[in-house]
Design a protein around this ligand. Structure first.
Ligand code: ADP
Length: 271
């Protein structure tokens, strides 16, 4: 690897002395390399479905006298369009999050609402695989922030849990008090799990344990990067525990605003 420096030499007057300025460019080069990788990845993720779509369109034209083939190709075109839409939608979400603007008008958000809404939106994906989505844990925990963003985060966890689990399994979404000041939402599955060597990297943009499998299930490779940014936005953090072949637990921990129990203890102001 090594470090990179830009060196500038300037003479100081006529006495033969020179001023040497060395600027460390290592970090700059690293950031530049990450940006280049990202652009290459985005181009690839967009090019693949677009390429497939144009090929399918050509094929459909040739097969116009075979209604069964037309139907089959149309179905695949739908699949590629969904994938394209997912990538674009995730890129928009991620770029908003990376823009660093503060959470739009932070509000009191009930984690019960977040969990129920996220689970409801995932049911359609869980049903065909007969995966049960269960909700448990402590009710009445509130945080301060962006409700839609938190729903997206929990939804990405659940979508993954469903995508990387076999049929007839359970996904449990749980809220709890992590400590006095933090609430936590966890999503536990009985899925394929994640090899230890990959655990460090799965929250990176476009990092996938098995790229073919991720694409096949409509994954964009951006879901967990979005969750991580959403957590950071809320001054929270993400974590993962996993065992290959038996399942994973993903958590998002957030600064606690109130629990309904403490809210009730606040006396009514005297009138
Ligand atoms: P993707 O769209 O590929 O699912 P994510 O950023 O959501 O992208 O996840 C990154 C990778 O982490 C996935 O490709 C997959 O390999 C792994 N992963 C995420 N969640 C799970 C899970 N619940 N079980 C097993 N592997 C998972």
């Amino acid at each position: 690897e090594g470090r990179w420096f830009a060196v500038r030499v300037a003479p100081m007057g006529t006495n033969g002395l020179v001023l040497v300025l060395a600027e460390d460019l290592t970090e700059l080069r690293r950031v530049e390399a990450i940006r280049r990788d990202f652009v290459a990845n985005v181009s690839h993720e967009l090019k693949t479905p677009v390429g497939a779509l144009s090929l399918l369109a050509e094929t459909i034209e040739d097969a116009s006298d075979d209604p069964e083939a037309v139907r089959r190709f149309a179905k695949r075109m739908q699949h590629e369009s969904v994938r394209l839409t997912n990538v674009v939608q995730d890129l928009i979400t991620l770029s908003r999050l990376q823009g660093g603007e503060p959470v739009a008008e932070p509000k009191v958000v009930s984690l019960d609402d977040v969990v129920h809404e996220a689970v409801d939106r995932c049911r359609l994906k869980a049903e065909p695989k007969d995966i049960t989505l269960a909700i448990g844990g402590r009710e009445g925990l509130n945080v301060h922030g962006d409700e839609e963003l938190l729903i997206t985060a929990v939804r990405n966890f659940i979508d993954n849990a469903v995508a990387y689990s076999p049929e007839h399994t359970r996904v449990v979404v749980c809220t709890r008090l992590a400590d006095e000041r933090h609430a936590e939402i966890s999503v536990t599955d009985q899925g394929i799990g994640i090899p230890e060597a990959d655990l460090q990297r799965i929250f990176e943009r476009f990092y996938r344990v098995d790229p073919a499998r991720s694409r096949q299930t409509g994954g964009t490779g951006l879901g967990l990067a979005i969750v991580k940014h959403a957590a950071t936005r809320h001054r929270g953090e993400v974590n993962v525990w996993s065992k290959e072949g038996s399942g994973s637990t993903f958590t998002i921990r957030l600064p606690l605003l109130t629990t309904s129990a403490t809210a009730k203890e606040i006396p009514e102001p005297a009138t």
